[in-house]
Structure formats: C-alpha cells, structure tokens
Design a binder for this molecule. Structure first.
Ligand SMILES: NC(=O)c1ccc[n+]([C@@H]2O[C@H](COP(=O)([O-])OP(=O)(O)OC[C@H]3O[C@@H](n4cnc5c(N)ncnc54)[C@H](O)[C@@H]3O)[C@@H](O)[C@H]2O)c1
Length: 263
C-alpha cells in the first residue's frame, strides 16, 4: 500500500520507535495521528514535522474512553484532510522489570504485572479494535482489495526473555501469539497485520539501562555491535506498509542477537 495520501494512527508516536515511524511516514507524503500521553514530546514532533502532516491526540491506552476520544479526534482530522486511514502502528509500550520473587522472597506486585499487560496488550488491542471498524467501512480498497495494515510491536523478550522480564515477556509473547488470529480476522476486509520484534534499540525506554547492562548486551550481539536505531525500525515498518505480501508475520529485527540469561 502506498503511504502517500494516507493517515496512520501511531500510538506511542511521541518518542522512540513510534516517533521514527511518524517521521518516516510524513517524509513520504503520509499523515500521522500521534496518540500518546506525552503532550510535550508529541507537540515537539508535530512542530518539527510541520506542514500539517502530523497532529497530536492525547490518549492513555490504559483507558478505553481516552482511546475513544483520541480516535474520534483523529477520524475528524481525517475527514478534514481527506487522507483516509491506512493503518495503525501500535507502538505505545512500557517495561517494568521485576523478578518473580525479590531477594527477601517477596513475590512481585500484581499491580505492576497488570500495568505492563494492560498497556502493552490491552492497550494495543483496544486501539486496534476501535480503529478497524472505520478502516473496514470507509477506507477505499485498492485493486488488490487492500485497505490497510496493523503494525504491532513485540520484542526479543517474546522469544528469549531475560531475568526480571516475566511481565514484559508475557505481554510481548501475547502480541506475538495474537498476530496470526488477528490477521485471519481482518483478512476479509483487506487489512494486513505485521508484528515487529526488535532487540535493543536506542530510545527513552533503553536510555535508562546502566552502562554495565549496555556493555554486557553488546558482548552478546552478533552483528552489528550496537543497538538498533529508531530509523532502522521505521524502515521495516515502512516496508511492511508497502509490501502487500507481508502479512500474519512476526519479524525479528535484532541483528541475529539472542538475549542472554546472565548479564
Ligand atoms: N527500545 C527497545 O529496545 C525496544 C525493544 C523491543 C520492543 N520495544 C517496544 O517498542 C515500543 C516503543 O518503545 P520505545 O523504545 O520507543 O520507548 P519510548 O519510551 O521511547 O516510547 C514509548 C512511547 O509510548 C508512550 N506511552 C507509554 N505508555 C502509554 C500509555 N499508557 N498511553 C499512551 N502512550 C503511552 C510514551 O509516552 C512514549 O511516547 C514499546 O512497545 C516497546 O516495548 C522497544
């Protein structure tokens, strides 16, 4: 599908991997509705992109009503611009590391577990379920019958989760597992589904890693011996949007890296 002249709804579009997708889409003649909690970063992105190509809609993906009002706003903007919705890029996500029991043998907090699952899984699916009715009904199909794409973000943790990643791995494993049934549900509407599973990419999420953790991860990298860059993530998302044969797949984007158990 062509990016030009289409609007993409990008959760987590204010920062990191989502922001890189917003930049790439807008540089190719597309439009981006940024759904995020971080107004400051989102408005900075909108200003940086300019030309009315990107617009911010405040949303907390933990709350159905918040998603609903952001989606309503984004669809009103689409009506104004006439650039129909080409897809959703669900990049909002959190990681709250905790081992199942701590040094004093206290079990980890279920509130923290629920938080990670609710942002990463429920928040992703809630956004998708609120946008696809519009895409199925209103986005015109091209000659192949294609209407659009859902891009979701999993992680290397879905395959080789590290110590302290029970919650995060559960959430990213869920995204990995639901990719195929979601593809099958949406196929009849000409909507494809692609999930990208990155390893370590530079972003605000990974900026909080200590130098020690960073160095030990670099030691187990295959090639290249550096974290991925957000624009390299965006490149794969752009290819996923443009290549109609990519569907129902989880693409590892990890330079061959497998996450170790010990750091
Ligand atoms: N950076 C990595 O190494 C890496 C690796 C694998 C997977 N991922 C995944 O990529 C996605 C993007 O992460 P990133 O590295 O760009 O992190 P980031 O922190 O730079 O960006 C995440 C964005 O999501 C937004 N967000 C968080 N919670 C939200 C909520 N409840 N409602 C709305 N917006 C919310 C944040 O405000 C932020 O703008 C996440 O799903 C993350 O799990 C990242």
């Amino acid at each position: 599908m062509k990016i030009e002249g289409r609007t993409f709804i990008v959760s987590g579009g204010a920062s990191g991997l989502g922001r890189a997708c917003v930049d790439d889409i807008c540089s190719r003649g597309g439009y981006a509705a940024i759904l995020d909690m971080n107004e400051e970063l989102a408005e900075e992105a909108v200003r940086g992109i300019g030309g009315g190509k990107a617009k911010f809609f405040e949303a907390n993906v933990l709350e159905t009503e918040s998603i609903a009002s952001a989606v309503k706003g984004a669809l009103a903007w689409v009506k104004e611009t006439g650039k129909e919705v080409g897809g959703v890029i669900a990049a909002a996500g959190v990681s709250t590391p905790a081992k199942i029991i701590d040094r004093n043998l206290n079990p980890f907090s279920l509130d923290d577990f629920d938080f990670v699952m609710n942002v990463n899984v429920r928040g992703t699916i809630d956004l998708v379920r609120q946008v696809v009715p519009h895409m199925a009904a209103s986005t015109p199909a091209d000659k192949d019958g294609e209407r659009g794409i859902i891009v979701m973000v999993s992680s290397s943790a879905a395959f080789d989760g590290q110590p302290g990643q029970v919650a995060y791995a559960a959430s990213k494993g869920a995204i990995r597992s639901l990719t195929l049934p979601l593809t099958r549900d949406l196929a009849r509407y000409g909507i494809r589904v692609v999930t990208v599973a990155p390893s370590i990419f530079d972003s605000r999420m990974t900026a909080m890693m200590s130098d020690k953790v960073r160095a030990s991860l670099t030691r187990v990298m295959e090639f290249p011996l550096r974290p991925g860059q957000p624009h390299e993530f965006a490149q794969l998302v752009t290819q996923s949007i443009e290549n109609i044969m990519l569907n129902g797949v989880v693409l590892r984007l990890d330079g061959g890296m497998r996450m170790p158990s010990k750091m």
